[in-house]
Write a protein that binds this ligand. Structure first.
Ligand code: SAM
Length: 234
């Protein structure tokens, strides 16, 4: 059996297991196979946009003898996935903007209050902004270290009520300022914002918008940094 990396292990921890789980962009179906073999889920749909990864998924599933429990579907996002009985959706290893696009195209996620497990590789701030502005609540979020990178895994659900949020929260989401490795992730966010802002202010031929944007980035980075310094570490 494959030893899952910490990123996918954390995804598995957020699964409710109440019904069928859909692994969007399954690639080799590592997570899908783990969810069944570990008893977290009884039924999984592993889908991918491309034939190549889906073929790898099929071979892995067949190799583990799990073809009766894991269905494979060629699908752009959730376009070809039947909503009935789906309790959990995992979208991991893609950019934050693409994840947001996939969620926004499947209206049934909101209606059925599906448990979402989202693991953006880039632009996590854009994904959090999409969630906040479209009625989704971040129930929990955890940072995980995998080899030399640190990733965030978001657990969200449609909440109906509109979510007021502070502007810096699109960089911090549901992460915990008290605990590692969330603090490590947050420090990286703060430093990136400050460095990007300083770079904008130093640029030659900058216009008014660049100056405003640069100052805003530094302000947000400083808020996160101050919060990190003011809260007690567990
Ligand atoms: C980097 S792999 C991630 C694999 C696995 N989910 C993980 O996190 O380790 C991204 C996978 O997403 C698939 N993908 C990209 N865009 C997609 C889309 N719109 N719908 C479904 N799958 C997509 C790719 O074909 C690829 O297999």
């Amino acid at each position: 059996m494959i030893n899952l990396d910490n990123r996918l292990k954390q995804c598995a921890e957020f699964i409710s297991g109440k019904g069928c789980a859909v692994d969007v962009g399954t690639d080799h179906a590592y997570l899908a196979v783990h969810l069944i073999s570990s008893g977290i889920c009884k039924e999984v749909i592993a889908c991918d946009l491309r034939e190549g990864p889906l073929q790898s998924a099929k071979e892995h599933i067949l190799g583990e003898g799990l073809q009766d429990k894991i269905k494979t579907v060629l699908s752009d996002g959730l376009d070809n996935i039947p909503p009935d009985g789906v309790s959990d959706i995992i979208i991991a290893g893609m950019g934050g903007e693409l994840i947001a696009k996939i969620i926004s195209r499947a209206e049934w996620i909101r209606k059925n209050k599906v448990n979402l497990i989202l693991q953006p590789m880039t632009k996590a701030n854009d994904l959090r902004k999409f969630l906040f502005q479209n009625g989704f609540k971040i129930k929990c979020e955890k940072a995980v270290r995998s080899e030399s990178f640190i990733y965030s895994v978001i657990n969200a659900e449609y909440s109906e009520t509109s979510n007021a949020y502070e502007d810096y929260e699109i960089y911090t989401g549901g992460l915990d300022f008290h605990s590692e490795p969330d603090r490590e992730y947050l420090k990286i966010q703060a430093n990136r914002l400050i460095i990007a802002g300083q770079g904008m202010l130093k640029a030659e031929n900058k216009n008014k918008d660049v100056i405003l944007n640069g100052k805003e980035k530094i302000r947000l980075g400083n808020i996160i940094s101050d919060k990190l310094n003011s809260v007690r570490k567990d």
